[in-house]
Design a protein around this ligand. Structure first.
Ligand code: SF4
Length: 338
């Protein structure tokens, strides 16, 4: 049974197309939903007349990556499935249709509660877009078990929400422990790194909860090794992304100047889809990733040469202590990335 309770909202899409009198509509799906793309295109075509539906077949990992400027400006409307809207300036309107999971949140939260120390009174609660529609239910479970629950909005996120590149909602929580309701270790890792508090991952897809410390220690060891290797690099590629919500051009320029001030060679490389084989032709010793912060951490093992974050470069150059290790973030305030 699918754990994604996905309503493609064909009527909402139809209304938007008619409101805009759109003629060319591009549909963007994350990888997990692309198998439905043909069916969705056919359903839209069956309820509107004379509209060209285009499916964007490129990979799409977040709302940072919008297809509004693809097809050489012919697009009147982007329908972006699954991700939460980011305040990114676009060439044409974007309709976001979020994906919500139907996975049970009771079992993993009760398992998390079983793992709490007796002295825990106040819980910080965070989750992702997939489960955010169940936030009130999550709060209720903790409260009915005698805990106080604290949440924050953060910058550019809704109450209790974290993104892979935005952890602002957990930075000011005065709590004993943070429970992250979601799957995958990356978000829980970010929560731990930014708060240094105990973090429990309550996974709705397994129904279980676990401490994040083992994963946290493993990732920090890997990052330490990458930073150590990067210290012997004489030349760096600074990767920028042409994806709107990932482009940090000014940051790339600053990092280039910084590297040059330290007597190192630096070359800015623009990429859209970033993958290890695309870096192979460049005779550079290491890379700094200014695009999606997840790439350097999640895909680390795929890259032969060190790929480090801007904050890790600061450690390499002696401008930041290892003890102040910080994850990279892209906080989009108001239709800007940089
Ligand atoms: S930059 Fe990375 S983490 Fe942030 S929304 Fe895009 S894909 Fe997700």
């Amino acid at each position: 049974m699918s754990t994604i309770d996905y309503d493609y909202k064909i009527d909402t899409i139809k209304d938007k197309i008619q409101e805009l009198n759109a003629k060319n509509v591009i549909l963007q799906f994350p990888e997990g939903l692309k198998t439905d793309a043909i069916m969705v295109a056919e359903e839209i075509n069956s309820v509107v007349d004379d509209v060209n539906i285009i499916i964007d077949a490129d990979p799409c990992f977040g709302a940072c990556d919008l297809a509004d400027n693809k097809v050489n400006g012919h697009v009147d409307l982007v329908v972006h499935f699954a991700h939460t809207a980011l305040p990114i300036k676009t060439e044409c309107p974007v309709l976001y249709i979020e994906a919500h999971s139907s996975a049970d949140i009771n079992a993993p939260i009760l398992d998390a509660i079983n793992k709490l120390d007796d002295n825990v009174k106040t819980i910080g609660l965070v989750t992702t877009t997939q489960h955010i529609h169940k936030l009130e239910d999550m709060i209720e479970i903790f409260k009915s078990n005698g805990y106080n629950v604290v949440l924050d909005n953060g910058v550019g996120t809704s109450s209790g929400q974290v993104l892979g590149c935005n952890f602002t909602s957990i930075k000011n929580l005065n709590v004993d422990v943070i429970v992250y309701v979601g799957s995958g270790d990356f978000h829980a890792l970010g929560v731990k790194l930014f708060t240094k508090k105990p973090v429990i991952l309550a996974d709705p897809f397994t129904g279980r909860a676990r401490d994040i410390d083992k994963f946290y220690d493993k990732i920090l060891r890997i990052r330490f090794a990458r930073i150590t290797k990067a210290k012997s690099a004489k030349s760096y590629g600074i990767i920028i992304s042409s994806k709107k919500g990932q482009l940090r051009f000014e940051l790339a320029l600053k990092l280039r100047d910084l590297l040059e001030e330290h007597g190192l060679k630096a070359q800015i490389l623009n990429m859209d889809y970033i993958s290890p084989d695309r870096l192979l032709p460049f005779n550079l010793d290491a890379f700094v990733m200014t695009a999606c912060p997840r790439i350097a951490i999640d895909d680390s093992a795929m890259y032969k040469k060190p790929v480090i974050t801007p904050q890790e470069l600061e450690i390499v150059l002696g401008l930041r202590e290892w003890e102040d290790y910080m994850m990279d973030e892209i906080i989009i305030h108001d239709e800007q990335t940089d």
